[in-house]
Design a protein around this ligand. Sequence first.
Ligand code: ADE
Length: 228
Amino acid sequence: MLSIDVLTLFPNMLSGFVSESMIGRAQKNGLVQVTAHQLRNWATDKWSITDDRPFGGGAGMLLKPEPLFSAIEELKRPETVAVYLTPDGEPLSTPLVREFAQEKHLLLVSGHYEGIDQRVRDCLIDREVSIGDYVLTNGTLPAAVMIDAVCRYVPGVLGEEKSLTQDSFSDKLLGFPQYTRPVEYRGMRVPDILLSGDHAKIESWRQERRLEKTQQRRPDLLPPISDQ
Ligand code: ADE
């Protein structure tokens, strides 16, 4: 069982997401457990303040160290991997997602405003992860994205584990085009080869489409062409 705790100022942003669809079913089946925690509960002053201005000046506010230290120290266990979601983190990728899916306990720390005090990052955070080169208003959606991506790799969560090997990025290629019934819709026909029943031919057709799409859209994923 993979257990995931999320520390955030916006736990309600996660409540619909974790109870719906695949993650909802995985939780009911006891495969994963996701719990959102309100960071304000660890604030010590009577206004439950969690942020402050940065030393040295600059725009925006930072999350203060004290509530984060108390919360993370309370939620962290010996087997925990504490992950801070931040635009300057390591880019989330399939290998990273697979790695996280092997863990027993993830503690996802969602920042807000301009981020969190560096001392929290230095002392308590094991990994820092970005979901892409753009800045969101806080790390709660990135935490949800990471949960979704990681849970797909927890055995039993997807009905058909085979779909993991057909995914875009599963072997550094994008996915192939897919069709379902009807065979003809608004004058557009499903490619004949998919109706042929010839599995070897279908497989090579799919592989060609994957290569073609990757060349067009993400040539950076392909190995460099050697000079010889
Ligand atoms: N917080 C704000 N923007 C983010 C991003 N792109 N990735 C992870 N956490 C974030």
